[in-house]
Design a protein around this ligand. Structure first.
Ligand SMILES: NC(=O)c1ccc[n+]([C@@H]2O[C@H](COP(=O)([O-])OP(=O)(O)OC[C@H]3O[C@@H](n4cnc5c(N)ncnc54)[C@H](OP(=O)(O)O)[C@@H]3O)[C@@H](O)[C@H]2O)c1
Length: 268
């Protein structure tokens, strides 16, 4: 069961999990590693758009203790009702009080249009779409989760997958940095208000996923290209499973204050 700030978080009881961005990359690795930690009669709901890849993640996450279900959902356009229903349906009639811990991991994320220079950003519809997926609908999904588990609020654990870019400006990534900053601050405020809910902002470090290739293919910013090229050339990118394991260690050890930003490199 989740417990007060800075104490360990026990996932070895029956745990309900919602994980977004679970079809590939860091999300897939978190699903696989998290499933190993969960106690008997746990339930894990995986969300992303690509159903075939979600099915692969579900297969890779198989454990005796855990039932894994998945649903294809475009989180940039899903309504609050769609979100509420997908979580509620995943409970399969079980009561929220049946679970010792209820956790949601907001891993979904995108980079936006990297082909427009920061000083030329003016397409507000495009910016809105970016914020819809990366900020507004993360908050909206989180709210549905809070509503469903209201009765057992002190059992809720929230992990927001953030980035160094939430707290440090990175050339060529204005949408990403500002979106990550807004999203992280929302969770910090929530944590400030709801001290009995455990909230972690986990920053995974530079990880070898499709995001890296997307940056190299799309960016018009030479500095950004150089940074990411050097990550690739020097072989300093982390494997998704490395950061997923670290995320779960940080989470279970629970040595973080409400909404703290903890980076991969902060912890041994
Ligand atoms: N890779 C890094 O170096 C790095 C560093 C710091 C932070 N992060 C953060 O870590 C998280 C995961 O990143 P990643 O590198 O694993 O990226 P990724 O491989 O591109 O994975 C992104 C995930 O988000 C899902 N997604 C994207 N658009 C969606 C939509 N409209 N609706 C539903 N799901 C959607 C994708 O699934 P579908 O395409 O199937 O929908 C995919 O599962 C992100 O929040 C990212 O900002 C990554």
């Amino acid at each position: 069961m989740a417990s007060s700030s800075s104490s360990s978080i026990d996932l070895s009881g029956s745990t309900f999990v919602v994980l977004t961005g679970a079809s590939q990359g860091i999300g897939r690795a978190i699903a696989v590693e998290l499933a190993k930690c969960l106690g008997p009669k746990s339930l894990m709901l995986l969300l992303a758009r690509n159903k075939e890849e979600l099915a692969k993640t579900a297969e890779l996450s198989k454990q005796d203790n855990v039932k894994v279900v998945y649903q294809s959902m475009d989180l940039s356009t899903a309504s609050a009702k769609d979100m509420y229903d997908v979580i509620n349906n995943a409970l399969e009639g079980r009561k929220v009080t049946d679970f010792a811990t209820a956790t949601i991991l907001h891993n979904v994320g995108s980079l936006g249009n990297l082909a427009v220079a920061t000083e030329r950003m003016e397409d507000v519809d495009e910016m809105r779409q970016y914020y819809d997926l990366n900020v507004f609908n993360v908050i909206k999904l989180n709210t549905q989760f809070l509503k469903i588990f209201e009765e057992v609020e002190d059992r809720i654990v929230i992990v927001n997958i953030t980035s160094l870019c939430a707290i440090k400006a990175m050339s060529g990534m204005a949408s990403y940095c500002s979106g990550k900053a807004a999203r992280e601050m929302y969770f910090k405020v929530l944590a400030e208000e709801k001290k009995h809910i455990r909230v972690l902002n986990y920053s995974p470090g530079p990880v070898e996923t499709s995001m890296i290739d997307y940056v190299l293919a799309e960016t018009v910013n030479a500095n950004l290209r150089d940074v990411f090229l050097s990550f690739k050339m020097q072989g300093t990118l982390l494997k998704p499973e490395m950061t997923a394991k670290k995320c779960l260690t940080v989470l279970q050890q629970g040595k973080f204050g409400p909404g703290d930003h903890v980076d991969y490199f902060d912890v041994e």
